[in-house]
Design a protein. Sequence first.
Length: 380
Amino acid sequence: MRKKRWMILISLACIQVMLGGCGQAQSELADPQENIGDASAKEELQAEGGIGVPKEVITLNTEMMELEEGLTAVRFDGNYGFDGFLRQGGAASDSEVVAYLTENLVSFLPDLSFDKAPFGCSTLSVKSKEGGWLFGRNFDWNVCNAMIVSSGPEEGYASISTVNTDFIRMEGFTLSDLPAAQAMIALYAPLDGMNEEGFAVSVNMIQDSDTIEQDTDKPDLTTTTAIRLLLNQAATVDEALALLEQYDMHASMGMMVHFAMADNTGHSAVVEYVDNQMVVTETPIVTNFYFAEGSKYGIGTSQSHMRYDILDQRLKTSEAMSNAGMSMDEVRDALDSVSKDNFNEYESTQWSIVMNQETKEMTYYHREDYETEYTFQVKK
């Protein structure tokens, strides 16, 4: 086993230049404090009492950055083979995604797989008090390791997405053992994100024994590769829907899911698959139950209905106030109000994101610590 491990690490060192996006392996993770922008403008606005206080934006590079335990961030530039993945017909299962990766990009990886695990989520699309629109997202799960990945593909939109790296398994190894490959693999397993056009998307689970297995002559996508496609190619909700119509969908890890999405015009919707038929419902709030009218409507966890009602009340309150909308901090507070610590369950909210679709800033809060924020800006 030791010999096999050294062979893999040597292979990684040899292919750093070929990957062209992850840089050299680092013995230590980067210090995020060295990559935070000038706070003078923030301090000035705070002194004036203005609501438009800019966030301190962290600049990512190809050196893996540890923000805190269980939360890392990195930038990947260059070709990660996704256009080739689409040209060869995509994938009808997680194992086919893995096969593409190991045959074309990371052939040195031992026993790579995507693991199965249930999760819950809440999303909210709301007008911003400062102009434009905001998209909020909670990812609810048991304690996990999260990675924020900024990407600037050669073809397609730049984006920032989030990955639960515990979903990615390698027999005898963890992703942290393989710094040259982890960002590339993570780009095929996003659970949410926003691109440079302000298009935002997330995947939410529905507790249902059904799954999604469309079977026509269209090329194939899994849940996570659908998120990657939309971040790379969709500027609006309408464009996202047109893209999804061109593919057969297959649920990653066999779980029933739906896609919450919104663009910088305020158009928001949820995409669901009922009896393997794509159904679109206009809604600014998405939790973990079906929104499609018909026999499936409302199926999901009782708690997801509670979270929906809480967010709906906050949205109605903001609309009643002269249609003023919310600030980023108010969206943060809305996400806090439906985070898992309010419901005394074994799960917790592993990350929350407030996405500013006008400024293209994304502010993260980790494991229900809503006092500590990490802000990034989507750009090429």
